[in-house]
Write a protein that binds this ligand. Structure first.
Ligand code: SAH
Length: 261
């Protein structure tokens, strides 16, 4: 068979995106790297279907962060990756979504590079793209949204964050990772920067999985909606006029189905 992707030869460590959960949303390159792995270091967000394809003989390191339990620090993870890279084994560092989108893949690649190791970067479908497709929310749409911003809701140490103004405005879609606990601050910040309280918002819980849930609200009700979801994980927040397209699609399709039935 013709191969259209590079063989893993000299590279022994790969930072691999596992996508948003289902096996079908893994790239072929990621699949090849996992299947060839001798060691896999993985995070909490990596889907069970994907963990299931790790070769039986491969060593596994779970470095996921779990509430209440001590989890390895980033420094400890870096040190582990370096030690594993030095063994010369085929190491896969597996991360949910894309390794370079709020995944600290850049930090790990830099750390390894400082120690003389070039990590291969294998992209994955990031939560924003997976969840958008799964919930039928077009992130861009002619006439409605001409830009998309991916932002982290983690604002610790950034209480004085004053960039809200750059995040709101006509024709912009905002996708907020790790935003559930900061929903009150996000709502207040955006409203304070002039955003419309009626802006459509979707909170997507466990996107792309069989447990996926979508909660719809408006910016003015974001904090309240988030409060009702307290403890749910993982949650992605999409804000923008495009969220309303989901409702429109739904209505059209429901109408169609009732006519067919
Ligand atoms: N590297 C990952 C993001 C890690 S940050 C990626 O590219 O997707 C973790 C955050 O991602 C979560 O707090 C949540 O906001 C979001 N997230 C990841 N997977 C998700 C999913 N299946 N459904 C909803 N949100 C998800």
């Amino acid at each position: 068979m013709m191969k259209h992707y590079p063989e893993q030869t000299a590279v022994h460590i790969a930072l691999v995106g596992a996508g948003p959960g289902p096996l079908e949303l893994l790239t072929l390159r990621a699949l090849r790297r996992i299947e060839a792995a001798e060691v896999v270091v993985y995070d909490r967000l990596v889907g069970a279907e994907i963990l299931a394809i790790i070769p039986v003989g491969a060593a596994r390191f779970d470095v996921g962060k779990r509430c209440g339990e001590p989890s390895p620090s980033q420094q400890e993870i870096n040190a582990l990756l370096l030690a594993l890279a030095r063994t010369g084994k085929r190491v896969v560092r597996l991360k949910g979504g894309d390794p370079l989108i709020f995944g600290r893949g850049g930090e790990e690649a830099l750390y390894l590079a400082h120690h003389g190791f070039r990590a291969e970067l294998v992209p994955g479908i990031t939560a924003a793209l997976g969840c958008a497709a799964s919930t039928a929310i077009p992130l861009t749409h002619r006439g409605l949204a001409r830009s998309v911003t991916l932002v982290t809701g983690h604002l610790q140490g950034e209480e004085s964050f004053n960039g809200w103004r750059t995040l709101v405005g006509e024709g912009q879609t905002l996708v907020c990772y790790m935003g559930l606990e900061q929903a009150g601050k996000i709502e207040a910040g955006l409203l304070g920067a002039g955003a419309d309280g009626a802006l459509p918002v979707a909170l997507i819980v466990a996107g792309c999985s069989e447990h996926e849930r979508v909660i719809r609200c408006r910016l003015g009700g974001l904090a309240r909606a988030a409060e009702a979801l307290r403890g749910a994980t993982p949650v992605l927040i999409i804000l923008g006029e495009v969220v309303a397209l989901r409702d429109e699609l739904d209505q059209l399709l429901t109408g169609l189905e009732s006519r067919v039935a």
